[in-house]
Design a protein around this ligand. Sequence first.
Ligand SMILES: Cc1cc2nc3c(=O)[nH]c(=O)nc-3n(C[C@H](O)[C@H](O)[C@H](O)COP(=O)(O)O)c2cc1C
Length: 309
Amino acid sequence: MVIDTRVNLGGLEMSTPLATASGTFGYGTEYAGAVDYSCLGAITAKGVRLDPWPGNAMPRHVEVPGGLVNAIGLQGPGIDAFLAHHVDEYERLFPGGPKMIVNIWGGTVEEYAEVASRLEAAGRKSIAAIECNVSCPNVKAGGHTFGHDTAVLGRLVAGVRAATRLPLIVKLAPNVGSIAPFAQTCADNGADAISLINTIPAMAIDIEKRVPVLANKTGGLSGRGIHPAAVKLVYDAHRAVKLPVLAMGGVYEARDAVEFMLAGASAVALGSAIFSDPGVVRKVYDGMLEYCSRHGFSAVSDLTGALAD
Ligand SMILES: Cc1cc2nc3c(=O)[nH]c(=O)nc-3n(C[C@H](O)[C@H](O)[C@H](O)COP(=O)(O)O)c2cc1C
């Protein structure tokens, strides 16, 4: 049985339902030769902001049971170097390769909008969509994150929407009481899709030294342990709004990706799993196709929301 692997994520046409999660795949070139890029419909670049940003002090990640706690702090070279070096290198290594979703962040709505408009103006052939990371401190609102207040989120989404015609994916914060009003705010302000979940606030303590393991003291949990929580949030978001969902959080096996699709995702991103096994991309892709054949789905997109309830 030939399975149609194409999916549409809010205007982003993907040749397969698989992407990579921001911050876990560098700028798309670092895994050349290790990952089978033909299984990917998109790669997501590490967070990009206007100016270079140093990130947090070391140590900034630690393995814990069920995953990884990181506080990288969005280190990056700024948009000019991103375009001049990383996008060039990606297009040189992968002409016609997976489309690039650029994850963006900033301290103000204006900064996000500026990055979005410069990405579009650059007119680069690989840059196909923008993913807005709203789990960042809003410097004009005492450091509260954009993603935890629907009014603030609405202004951010509207501001970025006005700055670009590229498909706009909003990456929601998972640690909110109910995801539905945040998803609805994205829909109301012109987003084309939402992605979830970002990491869950977490902490690890060195009990012998009685100090936090990370220099930043706290960080975000990713990996296997967050998967069931992510499935619930994807399910809730899919039921709340018509926007397509890019799901991520603890995908290590094909069954994790299928679970996300059945819960309502239109596409699925792999993150922390790639650190330990770059072969996971091929394994998950093959397993999804095998599942579709076994269950009589001729198109992967038919899995979206196909719960039997
Ligand atoms: C080391 C690391 C860096 C990350 N950097 C970003 C980032 O720059 N922007 C962002 O929106 N999410 C970032 N994330 C979150 C991931 O994109 C993803 O949402 C999360 O890790 C859950 O997926 P996973 O369990 O498959 O890793 C990062 C995650 C990790 C582990």
